[in-house]
Ligand binder design. Structure first.
Ligand SMILES: [Zn+2]
Length: 309
């Protein structure tokens, strides 16, 4: 099976370190610790010999742009005996603009370079993005409205009101994504937000009190009016852009006739296996494109094609 992007198995989150202030303090001052920065929800990159790489802060960078104590660091985990800390530069910078210019830092969306990056670094960048999105959208307690403060290495936010003290945990929103087939054809749709010409598998968020299978049946029927059967789980992919967990499924259509809801999607079509094979060669695919290689949507399509006989 092809790689699950943004979920490297080489990372150990070491959740036991989160509540150990002694270890966390040691990690913060250790010269070998790597700091994963974020700026306005975006990641930092640098071009190194024709290749784009993630830019992680070294001690000298920290001295320059984070002269005071680091505010709200997140202990991300350990890989290859190195500790990684996430850092929101919006809360910490002083000489930021000068520094990015001097270093030719590129600030951009991780998904633009994700598939070409080192697997461990891409996963830490994704984790950092998702975690700070949660911190920045949960500054206040949802029960009493008081300020929350970061705790447990950044994996809990606790209400500062002494008569409340509710704990808040990072949130991930489950979404189903499904490849629907009928014989040698698959159903792909496009949202107006997609890059031009791109068609992908159908997806949607799971609602409270709903099973994954029910969410799948509902979303597919809402978007294209197709009833499905033989729902089979494939695998999952974190998609913290900003806070989703994609749960991939295969399903078979009971009928090919569609009733497209144009408020939800722009178009949907049945693609034959031969069409899909030609889509993999952009030079001959014309106006259609498959989803990006770092997505579970693409792995659903590729896996279905590989298993088709
Ligand atoms: Zn509260």
């Amino acid at each position: 099976m092809s790689q699950t992007f943004y979920a490297s198995s080489k990372i150990d989150r070491h959740s036991d370190f989160r509540s150990d202030a002694k270890i966390l303090n040691k990690i913060m001052i250790d010269d070998k610790t790597k700091f994963v920065p974020i700026w306005n929800g975006k990641n930092l990159f640098q071009q190194v010999n024709e290749k784009i790489e993630a830019y992680l802060l070294n001690k000298e960078d920290l001295r320059l742009i984070v002269p005071n104590d680091i505010v709200n660091p997140i202990f991300l985990g350990v890989a290859d005996n190195t500790n990684y800390i996430g850092l929101d530069l919006n809360e910490n910078n002083s000489e930021f603009n000068l520094w990015i210019e001097k270093k030719s830092i590129i600030i951009d969306d991780l998904r633009k370079f994700g598939p070409t990056l080192n697997e461990v670094e891409a996963s830490f960048l994704a984790l950092t993005s998702g975690m700070f999105y949660w911190h920045n959208t949960h500054k206040f307690c949802g029960f009493c409205g008081s300020k929350n403060t970061s705790a447990e290495g950044g994996f809990v936010r606790i209400c500062s009101n002494s008569s409340c003290r509710k704990s808040h945990f990072p949130r991930t929103d489950p979404a189903i994504i499904t490849l629907i087939s009928s014989g040698d054809r698959v159903l792909l749709g496009r949202s107006p937000r997609f890059p031009e010409g791109m068609y992908s598998t159908l997806a949607g968020f799971v609602e409270p009190g709903e099973s994954l299978e029910q969410a799948l049946e509902r979303e597919v029927f809402e978007e294209v009016g197709v009833r499905v059967e033989n729902i089979r789980y494939f695998n999952s992919q974190p998609w913290p852009f900003p806070a989703s967990l994609m749960l991939g499924f295969f399903a078979e259509a009971k009928h090919e006739g569609m009733r497209i809801d144009y408020n939800e999607i722009e178009d949907a079509q049945w693609f034959s296996i031969d069409q899909l094979r030609s889509l993999k060669h952009p030079a001959i695919s014309g106006e259609f494109k498959l989803p990006r290689v770092d997505s579970i949507a693409r792995r659903l399509v590729d896996t279905w094609m590989a298993n088709f006989n």
